[in-house]
Design a protein around this ligand. Structure first.
Ligand code: HPA
Ligand SMILES: [Zn+2]
Length: 350
């Protein structure tokens, strides 16, 4: 990739639609919060913790990710974590983020839901007021736990319903199919929440189809295993169902150990609305621009691919139409200027 394309990618406006706020907790902040809260960690130093980030699969990551989140106790902790993410996102020209959080990870430790909403919510309010950073929250249910617990979490979160726009489904995918959460997603649908779910990360293409048909989600998180099913790929493209793809996550968790083999280029070429995201940036070695550059370099993507994926990120966002239009205009202006500077670029078909 040329240095100028790298610059254009880094400076492009973009939306991030798949980022777990607990996955933005850097080892330095984990240690600082542990000290502030008198929590003891099973690692002697920041370096020792970071060197434990050698994952073999999703579960080996989740075990460390949940341990890291154990230092979050007060609203100020959630505020500090969220503000740290916002600063990194701003540096990568992320203009809008739809941020996942895992309430059950915190309520199980005795942290009240109000503390979680207060800390994250106040940080996002301040980010909007101080930096014009646009954002929304998506509450994720942990799929390794029973559906009844997801339902109880939903009911407990309803007093804060103006704080989140939608619900998602994360944690261990294998053995926990979408159908397990049919009732709670049906209830969320009647309540008017936006719906997403992780599917087809480690689980099969069938889980992507079930997330669409049974849970009736509007976006699929990861979804990269859809590539195993031609009819499903055609459906995703035809129905314009976005996939929130996370390249460095897929590499670090062994979904695609070699990014050159990643399915996202084939999916993009098949007309699927592919977006690029960081998933758990503190654990997988990079925030948005690192993910964009890793994918574009490994797969030899060009300016038209990048332009398309930047448009996709706002097209797939749960934004009001006027705001979406304004962001898309910013993206087009950016890449039209880039096209004048870069060789042989043609605008993508909107
Ligand atoms: O990539 C992921 N997959 C499933 N659950 C998660 N929780 C945080 N990140 C992930
Ligand atoms: Zn994820």
């Amino acid at each position: 990739m040329t240095p100028s394309l790298t610059d254009q990618i880094c400076s492009s406006p973009k939306a991030e639609l798949h980022m777990h706020i607990e996955g933005s907790l850097e080892p330095e902040l984990i240690f600082a919060l542990a000290q502030r809260n008198g929590v003891s960690l099973p690692y002697p130093s920041v370096e020792a913790l970071r060197s434990a980030y050698a994952f073999t699969d999703l579960q080996s990551f989740l075990d460390i990710y949940y341990a890291g989140a154990s230092v979050l106790l007060t609203a100020q902790d959630f505020y500090d974590m969220t503000m740290a993410y916002v600063q990194r996102a701003l540096a990568d020209n992320v203009r809008h983020a739809e941020i996942f959080f895992d309430p059950q990870t915190h309520t199980a430790r005795g942290v009240e839901l109000g503390v979680v909403f207060d800390g994250i919510g106040r940080a996002l309010d301040d980010a909007r007021a101080q930096h014009g950073f646009s954002s929304a929250l998506i509450l994720c249910f942990l799929r390794h736990l029973p559906e009844d617990e997801a339902m109880a979490t939903l009911e407990a979160a309803l007093p804060y319903r103006n704080r989140f726009i939608g619900v998602g489904l994360d944690s261990s995918e294998r053995g926990h199919p979408p159908a397990k959460f049919a009732r709670v997603f049906a209830r969320c649908r009647t309540l008017g929440f936006r719906l997403v779910a992780h599917a087809g990360e480690e689980g099969p293409a069938d889980y992507v189809r079930d997330a669409l048909d049974i849970l009736q989600v509007e976006r699929i998180d990861h979804g990269v295993r859809a590539i195993d099913d031609d009819a499903l790929v055609a459906r995703l493209a035809c129905e314009r169902i976005p996939l929130t793809v996370c390249p460095l996550s897929n590499q670090k968790l062994g979904v695609y150990p070699d990014l050159r083999q990643h399915s996202l280029k084939r999916l993009l070429d098949a007309g699927v609305v592919i977006t690029l995201n960081s998933d758990d940036p503190a654990y997988f070695g990079g925030y948005m621009n690192a993910n964009w550059l890793a994918a574009c370099t490994a797969l030899d993507l060009d300016a038209d691919d990048a332009w398309r994926m930047a448009r996709n990120s706002f097209e797939a966002a749960f934004l009001p139409a006027a705001e979406k239009r304004a962001f898309l205009d910013d993206v087009d202006r950016h890449w039209q200027r880039a096209a004048a500077a870069l060789p042989a670029s043609t605008p993508p078909v909107a």
